[in-house]
Design a protein around this ligand. Sequence first.
Ligand code: NAD
Length: 506
Amino acid sequence: MSTPTQTATLEHWIAGRAHPGDEDGRFSEVTESATGEVVARVPLASTALVDQAVKAATAAAADWRESSISQRSKVLFAFRELVHAHREQFAALIVREHGKVFSDALGEVQRGLEIVEFACGIGELLKGDMTAQVSRGVDSYSIRQPLGVVAGITPFNFPSMVPMWMYPLAIACGNAFVLKPSEQDPSPSLLAAQLWERAGLPAGVFNVVHGDKESVDAILEHPGIAAVSFVGSTPIARYVYERGTAHGKRVQALGGAKNHAVVLPDADMELAADSLVSAGYGSAGQRCMAVSVAVTVGDAAGPLLDKIQERIAALKVGDGTDPESEMGPLVSERHRARVASYVDAGAAEGAVVLADGRDLGPGPARPEGGHFLGPTLLDRVTPGMTVYDEEIFGPVLVVVRADSYPEALALVNANPYGNGAAIFTNDGGAARAFEHDVTAGMVGINVPIPVPMAYHSFGGWKASLFGDLHVHGNEGIQFYTRGKVVTRRWADPAHRGVDLGFPVSR
Ligand code: NAD
């Protein structure tokens, strides 16, 4: 697929081919984050168009369910090779529409590819278990079967990786998939659709519908969709969970985050400062596993904040296509203005602004019109301030000072979000206690962004997840299948005839 030319008109992908969308349908604009220029128009699907995609998926699911495990593996291996071969093309689309720097975009593609590689082992992953002789001449075994048509609704901040958390496993399990990617950066999903086709996936097993609330509501209410995976902000995650489950669907809805990193006075301060700057400002803070709150314990604050400020001063903010840039722009002007307004509120509410990214003007690698905002550091933040209470999702690291470790832990656990949490210390006992007591789904020990590998599962606690099962790993397999237990007996001359009692083992 060629990258879109200026104001290219994108299409949906239904039943194995591009679909222009509804006649007289609505469109949304896709901007290049580094320049603010409109680079594409994306059609927004109506309820009727979503229905068309679900019908195509339903037709394809019937055959795909019957495909052998080795046939699915072959398609997945071929898809893996194609994604790997096109990784730079994926990354270029991500840089243009999202804004993250090229190396970061390549990293995102790599992490998505790891889920495809995990799914290639579907034969092992779908193995059931069996118990022979549960009663005389009777055996029992469990099998897992696909759900049918499942859907994914994904956010702007990982336009390639987050959809790949979902569709490789869903398809490997024998389902057909309808993806509704973010309308802000839709192109990587279209590239994936074309690669699936080249990999030999039958038409209709993977479909892409672009859209906004109308298409999301159509997915949540469609009787032909059995399950929905959602990743996005907490208010929409809650809405998707409630509406989807009310319509009888299995739903996993991953929401927002406010990830805390606790820094104890005995920590390696060089490591902690490197980690907090990397995890606070990478991808301009637009990661659900970004560290957005540093909790300093006792006298850790002085040395840590000095080192963070030194590093911030050296950071290069610019266009993601410039190899010198370490941090790119925010995804849209609206989001940039929103993040800036949080910094205004923090300053007004008494936070001490140690680094201020609001006045970052255009530069050699920062075109006029780009949505740039520099790394920002706010000290002496307390709960109750807007910058602490709300997810900012930008390059803003807030610092809360705690007097003791118990105070720091209580702060983390009182936060309504529970995606990730990290501790920096050289004290094994403190790290062990943190791992045991913290109320978050993913924990880092001297690791700032503890994003689990494909073969573990990813997901948070509290307001960061609605539903029970996390994504990918074994929980992903469970989400996209349902279990059946078979108890069998072959004709045996010794069977006992009619028995109305409850079956017990003999
Ligand atoms: P978002 O909630 O605005 O959008 C997510 C999806 O929902 C998009 O496809 C969007 O089109 C759709 N949507 C938006 N508004 C809707 C509405 N009113 N009704 C129905 N659907 C709607 O999120 P975003 O801004 O694209 O992404 C950033 C958010 O995602 C952050 O809060 C971030 O923390 C979160 N996120 C969480 C994880 C995680 O694993 N927990 C991972 C990545 C991102």
